[in-house]
Design a protein around this ligand. Structure first.
Ligand SMILES: NC(=O)c1ccc[n+]([C@@H]2O[C@H](COP(=O)([O-])OP(=O)(O)OC[C@H]3O[C@@H](n4cnc5c(N)ncnc54)[C@H](OP(=O)(O)O)[C@@H]3O)[C@@H](O)[C@H]2O)c1
Length: 389
């Protein structure tokens, strides 16, 4: 199969399109034909080891001291189950699925094998009303946003500020906070404020022009995704018993946050999300009922993943950068993207019909219905989520 192989920490030149062995599913695994994946800010930070010194050392210890050990990056995907192991029961060949790979990575490829059920990664049937590209844009950002917001407690009637609201996590955080009844203030660059309003934000702040901690306004929940807010300023902008969610903290910020949380009953919550499958099923239900959507900024074919990384490195991204691994067979295109026709492939992908390959919407809906039974626990969860009435 074709995959983008990651050979070196550093600039995108360490990513190469290569032919590698197609993986075979173990007994409890499914093999997924990946139709779309994404390039997230987190992928680029990992590729370039763009972390604090302590975290850089930790990542090298976990992922390879001199060279990265996981050879293929990519954390989220949408695709079709292409074969199932002998003990795999949740999915059938042909099911359209979306999910996260966790720390195994591996989504910048034509095929991926994943256990049906495992901790630290999520796999569920795809929303029946999304294309593969749209569905691939949901899992990591959606799960991360939901992980933090639910921990803030009921949101109805509360003032929630989201810092870094226009990015891959923020665009879901704004919608989820609105969905659960919050009054939302979204903070990001000027170019993203219009889209944030369209996503439901009640108020917007351009971070280059105004420091939200200096406005004299208080919030019940401050969710800092960009990792740029000052701890003391944010604590001062919280109501008594407010909640400060640190989506992207350094070690120092974590420690200062824990120390500050002792004052006036304010809570500081930091840490990594677990990405459980039932949360992804919950997001799918919101999508299928028209209450959550993904915003795609730009599309690239698989061969242009290094280019996509360069683009995400510029920081000028509003929404998700999607990699189309499979194009539209009806048009005879392959989104792997040969060098002879890459730009026209991008154009074709850009105007692809809503569902490019795989089951029809009708047949997908049938498989979704079948699996809604298996996903029963998630439906129960959806009935009891914070902020719901
Ligand atoms: N995506 C994931 O799966 C994941 C999971 C866990 C943690 N994280 C971490 O969380 C962080 C955010 O992830 P993401 O995918 O949402 O990144 P993203 O798509 O790059 O979004 C970050 C947003 O924050 C904005 N921003 C930059 N500086 C700001 C400031 N001073 N004040 C307010 N907003 C500011 C950026 O706007 P500009 O265009 O102006 O820069 C951008 O819109 C990353 O560091 C990532 O590693 C990501």
């Amino acid at each position: 199969m074709k995959a983008i192989v990651w050979t070196e920490y550093g600039p995108p030149e360490g990513l190469h399109l290569e032919e590698v062995p197609t993986p075979s599913p173990r007994e409890d695994e499914v093999r997924i034909r990946i139709h779309a994946t994404t390039v997230a800010a987190g992928d680029c930070e990992l590729r370039a080891l763009r972390f604090s010194l302590g975290l850089r050392i930790l990542v090298r210890l976990l992922m390879g001291i001199t060279k990265p050990r996981p050879k293929i990056l990519g954390q989220e995907f949408a695709g079709r189950v292409e074969s199932v192991g002998s003990r795999a029961r949740r999915f059938r060949v042909g099911d359209a699925v979306f999910g996260t790979t966790g720390f195994a990575f591996g989504a910048y490829a034509e095929y991926l094998c994943l256990p049906e059920d495992s901790r630290g990664r999520a796999l569920a049937l795809m929303p029946s009303n999304m294309t593969y590209e749209e569905a691939a844009a949901v899992p990591t950002g959606g799960l991360e946003a939901w992980h933090f917001l639910r921990r803030a407690g009921p949101l109805r009637g509360r003032r929630v500020l989201i810092n870094g609201a226009g990015g891959g996590i923020g665009m879901f955080a704004v919608q989820l906070a609105k969905e659960f009844g919050a009054e939302v203030t979204a903070v990001d660059g000027a170019g993203k404020l219009e889209a944030l309003r369209a996503n439901g934000a009640d108020h917007v702040i351009d971070y280059a022009r105004e420091d939200f901690t200096q406005r004299g306004q208080t919030y019940d929940v401050i969710f800092d995704i960009a990792g740029s807010s000052s701890i003391s300023g944010s604590m001062g902008a919280l109501t008594d018993h407010g909640c400060y969610l640190l989506g992207n903290p350094g070690v120092g910020a974590r420690l200062r946050g824990v120390w500050s949380s002792r004052k006036r009953g304010r809570r500081v919550i930091a840490g990594a999300s677990r990405q459980p499958t039932e949360d992804l099923v919950f997001l799918r239900q919101l999508i299928e009922t028209g209450r959550l959507r993904a915003t795609i900024d730009r599309r690239f074919p698989l061969a242009q993943v290094p280019e996509a990384h360069r683009y995400v490195d510029t920081g000028a991204v509003g929404g998700k950068v999607v990699v189309a691994v499979v194009g539209d067979p009806a048009q005879g295109s392959s989104a792997v993207g040969g060098s002879e026709d890459e730009s026209s492939t991008v154009d074709r992908i850009g105007s692809a019909p809503r569902r490019t390959t795989g089951p029809s919407v009708g047949s997908t809906r049938r498989t979704v219905d079948r699996h809604h039974r298996a996903d029963g626990e998630a439906q129960e969860r959806a009935g009891g989520v914070p902020g719901r009435e």
